[in-house]
Design a protein around this ligand. Structure first.
Ligand SMILES: Nc1ncnc2c1ncn2[C@@H]1O[C@H](COP(=O)(O)OP(=O)(O)OP(=O)(O)O)[C@@H](O)[C@H]1O
Ligand SMILES: [Mg+2]
Length: 433
């Protein structure tokens, strides 16, 4: 192994993608990770795959880019765990059993971080135990009562298991601001919006040479932060609700012999479908029994057959790959065919960008609410904002950008390094402190 690396470390454990950056002398460099095809990527998918064992105990979990590849290579034989960060604030999620072994949420996150660390160390030498780690302004599921002790405690524990026992947290949008600041040769008042998989986070901050030079300016640089626990995963959920669930019986009815009337198929089934990591929860014996009964009672049996097929074969990851692909295509194109054919499950529906924008109107409204609160609490008017820096994968959604164009004018918008600006900035923060 190469010698110990002296760099300051920034670690962004994202809902969808993680990244790690190393900073030295004001330069922040992203670590890269091997993909199955031999290429390298500066992002590391925050997923875990436990392959079904032939005999004996399960093989060790695979994390990162190779986990999804392996999942699809095996035809989906095993457990794929994703969006772990979205459970951190949930006291109800304590542990899950995978092939007979119980893992706490902290254990699962620790496996992702340990694997990630190992790959970085193979390239860059032994890392320090001291890091700055990103955190959203508001975690998914934190409804604003300030209940953030649990997710931070869990992140700290997982990081310690991965050998990072000295963790300081920084707000993810503040980290992204540091990444943007590298491009500045003058001072600016900047609104940063970071739209990820789980959360949308904001900060209003004075950036530039004065902040860098002057310790007292540094202390006062952040005027305010805001956040809401929804982003790309929630957009995917809206596509499922509007374009997928109706083909699986949502909104339909079944005949009740007991009450001799038609009854609506319970919507909670489809609520579960909207979060891809919740699809496997439908596979409980009670729900499967109910769905099997529904198959013979539903007025549109073919749709319930399709739903049963999805649940029985745990096709959540496959479904969401197609759904996410549709969303990403709609960032470039005006329409896209959402297609997944695995009889009796046959989804084939053209989705337009205009429809998608209507479907996510509620989420866009929540994002607008964050901007309003941030401007109000800091007593700043849109006119006073010099620049709007938008980052995170979901900042590529045109209607997300449009919210800021309307309020601040298109010429104030900047973007870039969508998947890595937080990690880059975290390492700079680590070096600055
Ligand atoms: N071109 C695109 N158009 C729309 N959405 C996209 C695009 N590219 C990526 N995304 C979405 O961006 C999200 C991932 O972004 P990112 O990696 O910034 O999130 P994260 O950092 O893992 O999450 P968080 O910050 O919430 O913890 C996913 O929901 C993904 O589907
Ligand atoms: Mg992020």
């Amino acid at each position: 192994m190469p010698p110990r690396n002296p760099s300051a470390i920034g670690l962004d454990f994202g809902t969808t993608n993680s990244a790690l950056a190393l900073a030295r002398d004001g330069e922040s460099t992203l670590a890269t990770f091997a993909r199955g095809d031999g290429s390298r990527s500066s992002t590391y998918r925050s997923v875990l795959f436990f392959e079904t064992p032939d005999v004996g105990p399960p093989p060790p979990a695979i994390a990162g880019p190779k986990a999804l590849e392996r999942y699809f290579d095996t035809g989906g034989s095993g457990r794929l765990l994703q969006s772990l960060k979205s459970f951190l604030a949930s006291p109800l999620f304590t542990s899950t059993v995978v092939f007979g072994r119980a893992f706490t949420l902290e254990d699962l996150v620790a496996i992702v971080l340990t694997r990630l660390r190992r790959e970085v160390e193979e390239q860059h030498g032994e890392l320090s135990n001291s890091i700055v780690m990103g955190r959203p302004v508001r975690f998914v599921g934190d409804d604003g009562d300030g209940e953030e002790a649990l997710p931070l405690k869990r992140l700290r524990k997982a990081a310690a298991t991965a050998g990072f026992d000295d963790v300081r947290f920084e707000f993810e949008p503040v980290a992204a601001a540091h990444s943007y600041e590298r491009t500045l040769d003058h001072d600016e008042l900047v609104l940063v919006g970071d739209f990820g998989g789980g959360t949308s986070d904001f900060c209003l901050v004075r950036l530039g040479p004065t902040r860098r030079r002057d310790a007292s300016a540094r202390e006062k640089a952040i005027l305010g932060t805001e956040g809401v626990g929804l982003a790309g995963d929630a957009f995917d959920g809206e596509i499922v609700r509007h374009a997928v669930a109706p083909a699986l019986g949502a909104g339909g009815t079944y005949r009740s012999f007991m009450e001799k009337k038609e009854i609506a198929i319970p919507p909670w089934i489809y609520e579960r479908l909207r979060r891809w990591h919740h699809v496997s929860f439908l596979k409980s014996s009670d729900t499967m029994k109910f769905l099997n009964e529904l198959r013979s009672l539903a007025l549109d049996r073919a749709k319930i057959e399709a739903l049963l097929h999805l649940v029985e074969y745990d096709l959540g990851p496959q479904l969401f790959t197609v759904v996410e692909g549709t969303k990403v295509s709609l960032s470039r194109e005006l329409e896209h065919a959402l297609r997944y054919i695995d009889p009796p499950l046959e989804l084939d529906r053209t989705c337009t960008r205009a429809e998608f924008e209507q479907w996510i109107a509620g989420q866009l409204g929540a994002i607008e609410g964050c901007i309003d609160r941030l401007l109000a609490s800091t007593n700043v008017s849109p006119r006073d904002v010099d620049r709007v820096f938008l980052t995170g994968g979901s900042a590529l959604v045109p209607s997300v950008r449009a919210v800021f164009e309307r309020r601040f004018g298109a010429d104030k918008l900047r973007g870039g390094d969508e998947l890595t600006s937080v990690a880059t900035g975290l390492a700079l923060v680590a070096e600055e402190r």
